[in-house]
Ligand binder design. Structure first.
Ligand code: PLP
Length: 456
């Protein structure tokens, strides 16, 4: 299997059904007609929705409009020789030959194809969580002694992985930098030893935006692989189309949209995804953070409306951010023109999706942040106090004491996280004005209580 160099996880593949009594058959029945396009073709679409719609559509086994779920751990063959050829790497998933579902599974592979189209990468494969996607790709790219240059503003779990786990367990070390400081990024790269530049396209929770084209250029000059976490901005930003090599996702957030599933994906070159599946050296194959086929099916059915959902998350976030700012609150939202990264985001964003579904309100102290969230949930029913994001209801959390609490106080200051920072993942159910009146009601109550001073 180590020799499976050119398996296609991108857009190729076929809808071959196992018919007749032999595995290979004549040339003619090897590949059944499919709606699709060749590997890498998604890169020519400038809108991820167009790439998704042009991708191969997989039909169900009995002609169902939806694919069948391949709920099998193992796969049978018609002839013993086929097994040997599969293990030798001569027959693989690109020709519809599967061995065992910790390796490739057709249903999970189909979701991988959708993810590759979404991000405009050659290939993608899905994992059991966002963290397993991130850890697997970094451990694949960096060997013992390897070095990572990473943004100091990262999801708490990723920050802990880089700060504590990877140095102890794998002898992989990280230098954290302010990725807005391109000179610092260049200086932090140790030529030969630095294997990856890692950052979030839109950072958690401060919503700073990375200059993907320029950072990719700096990294590529020194032979460094660029890995971008695009969890906060699917559809809105396409880091691989802007120059990044690998895009990782926590599918648990916007892509799922249901707050019911934990899942992740690695989108990148076929050579990387192949290496992660290698029988002797592959992190996905050997550490085994495998996605279940039933989960993959559920997620596949949600991707077609991801674009619609993102547009609504984004337009509501922009409306609320604009109105809250007008009232005099300290709002952080990169869709606002006075946000320091607004022009950069606008230059990189895909057209007509908006500027992201998250916004922050800085209440300055944790006490005031907590009072605000308490009123929003229990007095005006605006949203739920919960970590995570991308749900149809609004979710609110105080980042410093929750999702970024893995970071020390000093690290939080460096990442720009104020103790009173309330992060809101803006939902889309209900009417806009209904939800706005709930938001206003909580603010009025807080002003009455003397807990908030409005500058205007
Ligand atoms: C949630 C999240 C992760 C981790 O993903 P899981 O699916 O929870 O493992 C990684 N990065 C970002 C930006 C996230 O928001």
């Amino acid at each position: 299997m180590a020799g499976m160099a050119n398996q296609a996880f991108g857009y190729t593949g076929n809808g071959r059904k196992r018919q007749g009594s032999d595995d290979i058959g004549g040339d003619g029945d090897m590949i059944v007609a499919k709606k699709g396009m060749g590997q890498g073709a998604a890169a020519c679409w400038d809108d991820p929705a167009a790439a998704l719609a042009a991708a191969r559509h997989e039909f169900g086994e009995h002609g169902g409009v939806n694919m069948s779920i391949e709920a099998s751990a193992t796969f049978t063959v018609m002839e013993p020789e086929t097994m040997r050829r599969m293990f030798a790497g001569e027959l693989g998933p690109d020709r519809d030959f599967f061995i065992y579902s910790r390796h490739f599974n057709p249903t999970v592979l189909n979701l991988g194809r959708q993810m590759a189209c979404l991000e405009g990468t050659e290939a993608a494969y899905c994992t059991a969580s966002g963290m397993s996607a991130i850890s697997s790709v970094l451990m694949q790219i960096c060997s013992s002694g390897g070095h990572v240059v990473a943004s100091q503003a990262l999801y708490g779990g990723t920050h802990a992985l880089l700060t504590h786990f990877l140095p102890r367990a794998c002898n992989i070390t990280t230098s954290f930098v302010d990725i807005r400081d391109h000179v610092a990024v260049r200086e932090a790269i140790v030529e030969g030893r630095t294997k990856a530049l890692y950052f979030e396209a839109m950072s958690n929770p401060t919503l700073t935006v990375a200059d993907v084209p320029e950072l990719s250029r700096i990294a590529h000059e020194k032979g460094v692989t660029v890995v971008v976490d695009n969890t906060f901005a699917p559809m809105v930003l396409s880091p691989a189309r802007l120059g990044a090599d690998v895009v990782v996702h926590s599918i648990s957030k916007f892509i799922s949209g249901g707050a019911d599933i934990i899942a992740g994906a690695v989108c990148g070159p076929a050579s990387l995804v192949n290496s992660m599946m290698d029988l002797h050296q592959g992190t996905l194959m050997l550490l085994g953070p495998t996605m279940n086929a039933k989960v993959a099916f559920e997620l596949s059915e949600r991707i077609p409306h991801l674009g619609l959902r993102m547009k609504e998350h984004c337009s509501r976030a922009l409306t609320f951010a604009t109105r809250l700012k007008k009232m005099g609150l300290k709002v952080i939202y990169p869709g606002l023109e006075d946000h320091p990264d607004h022009a950069l985001l606008k230059s990189m964003a895909n057209k007509n999706y908006g500027y992201g579904g998250l916004m922050c309100v800085d209440m300055e102290t944790e006490e005031r942040a907590n009072r605000f969230m308490n009123l929003l949930q229990n007095y005006s029913q605006f949203g739920f106090m919960a970590v995570s994001l991308g749900y149809y209801e609004t979710l609110m959390s105080c980042s410093g004491s929750s999702t970024s609490s893995e970071m020390s106080h000093e690290e939080q200051v460096l990442a720009g996280i104020s103790p009173g920072l309330v992060r809101l993942s803006v939902g889309y159910i209900g009417t806009l004005e209904q939800r706005w009146s709930q938001l206003e009601k909580a603010i009025s109550r807080m002003v009455q209580e003397g807990g908030m001073l409005l500058k205007n």
